[in-house]
Design a protein around this ligand. Structure first.
Ligand SMILES: CCCCCCCC/C=C\CCCCCCCC(=O)OC[C@H](COP(=O)(O)O[C@@H]1[C@H](O)[C@H](OP(=O)(O)O)[C@@H](O)[C@H](O)[C@H]1O)OC(=O)CCCCCCC/C=C\CCCCCCCC
Ligand SMILES: Nc1ccn([C@@H]2O[C@H](COP(=O)(O)O)[C@@H](O)[C@H]2O)c(=O)n1
Ligand SMILES: [Mg+2]
Ligand SMILES: [Mg+2]
Length: 209
């Protein structure tokens, strides 16, 4: 759903991508700086309770994930190394964001909401990583698995927008519910990816003489 905005975001990034290339910035530099910025902003701003500013700053850095690919394509430097670097660093950024939300619950909240919020954030880390792993493993075996209701863009945009709104007064219980929904939707996405690979594997078996 949100992932479908990819083309639009890529187009919107084009002028900035061209400008950065012109001054000699490489796609890899944007990938690395974007990841470091995301991790630093998440681990500093969320546990200290700066949820609104944190969501905005993390969102801005996370959007650089669409910038690096646009720069790589425009400069003709798109390739396996960049794809590997981008996907691997994505996992560090995802882990930092949901870990930071979990630490926010443990440090800034009390009682059941702290325990439940932190546990659901941990579930988002584990199930989100499993979604990404399923695609990486499928692609390593020659199948396609870029499907599902909770791809990375959905997980990040929804969690960051709700985190930002909690920062300006939305009850924190809404974030707990949304983390629960993201965790369940991630598990469903794992199932959707398994189903996609299973049908491709069966079709490949049937084609084998
Ligand atoms: C001061 C500045 C403020 C900035 C605020 C920005 C607000 C923007 C609002 C909306 C923008 C939403 C659009 C984001 C859609 C991005 C779509 C996109 O470009 O996707 C591509 C990019 C990279 O995808 P890849 O295919 O290269 O990545 C793959 C993916 O990671 C796979 O993961 P999997 O699905 O399998 O788990 C991996 O398997 C694969 O390895 C990997 O290659 O997608 C992204 O992932 C980019 C995510 C962008 C997230 C942007 C977050 C910004 C949204 C909100 C900001 C918070 C606003 C706070 C509001 C506060 C309200 C009071
Ligand atoms: N440093 C980089 C980053 C990305 N790429 C290429 O872009 C693809 C990802 O594009 P996004 O718009 O989704 O970031 C990736 O698969 C690589 O082909 C690159 O070459 N170098
Ligand atoms: Mg990228
Ligand atoms: Mg990336």
């Amino acid at each position: 759903m949100i992932t479908a905005l990819r083309g639009v975001i890529g187009k919107a990034m084009t002028p900035l991508a061209r400008a950065l290339l012109r001054i000699g910035v490489s796609p890899d530099a944007v990938t690395i700086i974007g990841t470091i910025g995301t991790i630093a902003a998440a681990l500093w701003l969320l546990p200290t309770g700066h949820l609104f500013v944190g969501a905005l700053v993390i969102g801005a850095f996370a959007l650089s994930d669409a910038l690096d690919g646009t720069m790589a394509r425009l400069s003709g430097r798109s390739g396996p190394w960049g794809a590997f670097l981008d996907s691997t660093l994505d996992r560090l950024a995802d882990g930092a964001i949901f870990t930071a939300i979990g630490v926010y619950f443990l440090v800034q909240q009390e009682g059941n909401i702290a325990i439940v919020g932190a546990s659901l954030a941990a579930a988002c880390v584990v199930f989100g990583f499993t979604v990404s792993y399923a695609r990486a493993r499928a692609e390593g075996l020659g199948f396609q698995a870029a499907v599902g209701i909770a791809e990375r863009s959905e997980r990040l945009v929804i969690s960051l927008v709700v985190t930002g709104f909690v920062g300006i007064g939305l009850p924190v219980s809404v974030l707990v519910v949304v983390l629960g929904i993201i965790a369940v939707a991630s598990l469903i996405t794992v199932g959707q990816r398994m189903a996609a690979v299973r049908s491709q594997a069966k079709a490949a078996d049937a084609d084998t003489p």
